[in-house]
Design a protein around this ligand. Structure first.
Ligand code: ZN
Length: 402
């Protein structure tokens, strides 16, 4: 049975002008045809959804979430049993899908089992791309405290060093069926030790991570905040740079030359700078955050103006962020100077390509999966309509999300 959607306006995610009075034909999970109502004939007997007052657009994609996490507080995370975090993840996934996000990439925490539970229909949520984390001795993922105590959780991350040590560990991560290897090319804010301005991994170690990931068809996403580590990861050829706070011209040129995605995670940066204490950050972390904000001022805007490819990513790991992912769209416009259409592309086509799913989702084109939204309003004149789940009807693989 063909499902025909008549829409007042179509934003197909390919970047062209919107089409007024459009039709999309869906057969099963897949888009059969889409375009102007004058060109597309609705077959007899088709089930018709009249959305002639609404905007039809691709489902949104968040390339950086932590679906298992609901708090920045280390203590709270340490005292949460694994089973509880799975149930929390189910709740977070449901809220995220209802908010119009039909695909998300998890940047650490979720495993391939959650992806399988979603595919089996045991839980409701977006299509899930999962990653496995590795870090180096003395790096962000070592989680070693001034007391000498260290947190080790090999379910979620592993520490390794040297070309052969790294090779073996990447293979161990990949055998768990992840889609991406998540690495830390600089220190970070939340960890007790290290600095976002310190580069991690040698060029040889980075090269072997990428070699092993690519051999298995996996991507590499690099947490990188300071300039030196960002450039190392760009030179090595990662798929995306996460955060990318401090960028000089050389870094911007490398982004452009290599076609690598920048995932700016502005939403978490905004939350941490506005309410760092309540988000559970320590005083040490807060100081690191402040320095990063100061040195990174204007960098995202310069990257956007130069034409660096941007993909939407929020770094949602605090409870309220799951389901308010679309706040990132307005932030990318405010802080990067992106147009409304450019922000939407960052959250659809670019984000799909960044997840290595560009052939399947991200745009409304014949042959792609029917992940789409019917929006009560025009996101091109007011992007904030996408922040109101009650104004969005969500379809994933052709099926209405209840
Ligand atoms: Zn993250």
């Amino acid at each position: 049975m063909v499902h025909a959607i008549k829409a007042g306006r179509l934003i197909d995610g390919c970047g062209g002008d919107p089409i007024e009075a459009a039709v999309m034909l869906v057969e099963g999970k897949t888009i059969h045809a889409v375009g102007s109502a004058t060109h597309i004939k609705i077959p007899e007997g088709a089930e018709i959804t009249d959305a002639s007052e609404k905007t039809l657009m691709p489902g949104l994609i968040d390339t950086h979430v932590h679906i298992m996490s609901t708090s920045a507080s280390l203590e709270q995370n340490l005292f949460t049993p694994k089973a509880v975090s799975y149930f929390q993840a189910a709740k977070n996934l449901k809220r995220t899908l209802r908010a119009g996000f039909t695909t998300v990439r998890d940047a650490g925490g979720a495993d391939a089992g959650i992806r399988q539970a979603l595919e089996m229909g045991l839980i409701s949520g977006p299509r899930l791309v999962v990653s496995g984390c590795i870090g180096q001795t003395g790096g962000l993922m070592e989680l070693r405290f001034p007391s000498g105590a260290q947190i080790i959780n090999e379910d979620t991350w592993r520490v390794c060093d040297g070309v052969e040590g790294v090779r073996k560990t990447v293979r161990k991560v990949l055998r768990r069926g992840v889609d991406f290897v998540k690495i830390f090319a600089t220190g970070g804010v939340v960890a007790p030790q290290g600095s976002p301005f310190t580069a991690e991994w040698s060029p040889d170690e980075l090269a072997v991570i990428i070699e092993e990931a690519h051999r298995c068809g996996a991507g590499v996403m690099a947490h990188a905040e300071g300039n030196a580590g960002i450039k190392n990861a760009l030179r090595a050829g990662v798929t995306s740079i996460e955060h990318g706070n401090v960028l000089d011209q050389e870094a911007i040129d490398l982004f452009l030359a290599k076609g690598i995605f920048l995932v700016p995670t502005l939403h978490i940066t905004r939350i941490l700078s506005e309410k760092g204490d309540t988000a559970g950050l320590s005083a040490v972390s807060k100081r690191k955050e402040e320095r990063l904000a100061k040195e990174g001022q204007g960098c995202f805007r310069r990257a956007c103006e130069a034409g660096v490819k941007v993909a939407l990513g929020t770094d949602a790991f605090i409870a309220d962020m799951h389901g308010s992912n679309a706040a990132e769209l307005s932030l990318m416009m405010d802080m990067g100077g992106l147009s409304t259409m450019e922000a939407i592309i960052a959250g659809t086509r670019n984000a799909a390509e960044c997840c290595l799913l560009g052939d399947e989702v991200g745009t409304l084109e014949a042959g792609k999966l029917a992940d789409f939204l019917l929006v009560d309003g025009d996101p091109l004149t007011d992007i904030t309509v996408l922040q109101a789940p009650e104004r969005i009807t969500v379809y994933k693989e052709g099926l209405l999300v209840q």
